[in-house]
Design a protein around this ligand. Sequence first.
Ligand code: PLP
Length: 463
Amino acid sequence: MATNIPTRLYLAEDELPANWYNLRADMREKPEPILHPGTLRPAAAADLEPVFCKEPVKQELDETIRYIPIPPGLLEFYKAYRPAPLIRARFLEKALETPAEIYYKHEGTNTSGSHKLNSAAAQAYYAKEEGLKALTTETGAGQWGSAMAMACAFYGLDLTVYMVKVSSEQKPYRKALIETYGANLIPSPSNTTDAGRKILERDPNTGGSLGCAISEAIETAVKTDKCRYVLGSVLNHVLLHQSIIGQEVKAAFDKYGIKPDIIIGCAGGGSNLGGLISPFMGEKLAGKSNIRFIAVEPASCPSFTRGKYAYDFGDTGKTTPLLKMYTLGNGFIPSANHAGGLRYHGMNSVLSKLHHDGFLEARAEVQTEVFDAAVRFAKIEGILPAPESSHAVKVAIDEALECKRTGEKKTILFGLTGTGYFDMTAYMAYNAKTMSDYIPTDADLERGFATLPDIPRTRRFSL
Ligand SMILES: *Cc1c(COP(=O)(O)O)cnc(C)c1O
């Protein structure tokens, strides 16, 4: 029971999970397939391989293999920074005077500062194995670019990062970190691609967007020899790599006999949340538990809570395959928000399906209240969370206070996805009380929905 549980739930090196867990294998109702944008038929590996690395493509389309072994050459790298700490928030419990037990999985202790390194390392590893020489990617808030730069330095690959221009100006230290690890950083839009030039012609002063940076990175990957594109969220193989988070928590909870009642994670494209909940959701789908799962998104970019469940492109340039997901429309431009890593228009298709079918709840939170929770957590627990992670902190506190009201002794787990050290501009705005809470109007959302592709039902290949 609780008294024998240490504050940090340790896993020894030989207790580390050796497999990723592919939740789709245990979903009776599978998520909708990825569609080729030209034929509108389910995409095959051959459609995706010109852009993505081979093994991740295989994983992207795999709906049957439950446990996928983590290759030994990658596990070695994981062991350098994993297991990520799993911590009992005893000080927070006490401060809230809640009967609830609160645990958090801290993914922010590696140098890149977030969970993104888990998939970055996997994708760089597979690229190297495949004999590729270079990768391209985009980065918004900078965490993914940092993680890829670290991973490519380790596995000896060249990397070009298209960084959303405003972000590269607002986050000079992220830019410096990426460049320190040897990546070639290009503020986007740029004149190095047709996609970038087209956008610059139309709007020379644009600060750029994630969708535009994706288009640039894909174009460069396709035009460069022995080069592929990598993405840090949204896609199923990224979620699979992130299942290391949930697998570790599950191993530790089983070891100490802990059963969670509520699991909470922030959701941008859904990879950390999906990775954290996967093994537990598998049990719920099998009828073995009744855990509540809560996705937390920013009120400024509310894909789950106000989006449409529809096929959409992953990028503004409309070049990617079509994904069935909760989306605000590929042309939706979220207002500037300090939780930059959550500003994506869509959501992973596995999580979208689970939300649609009632297995995953979703909540939207406003920025200033998220920062109230972040600062409270920092003062009580000693860890400064990333703004993205703080969305989960906010809801974990709310749920613990609800337990206080009802007297229920629930066990709450949340994902602390990253450190806030590179987000001090955001904390400065919060401290100076200049931070605002912009919530898109229905008219703003309609403009985004208008960019959804029209998929005629009759042309849809029926499965
Ligand atoms: C990117 C990022 C997120 C959101 O991405 P998901 O794919 O939804 O997990 C959350 N937290 C941090 C710290 C991030 O860097």
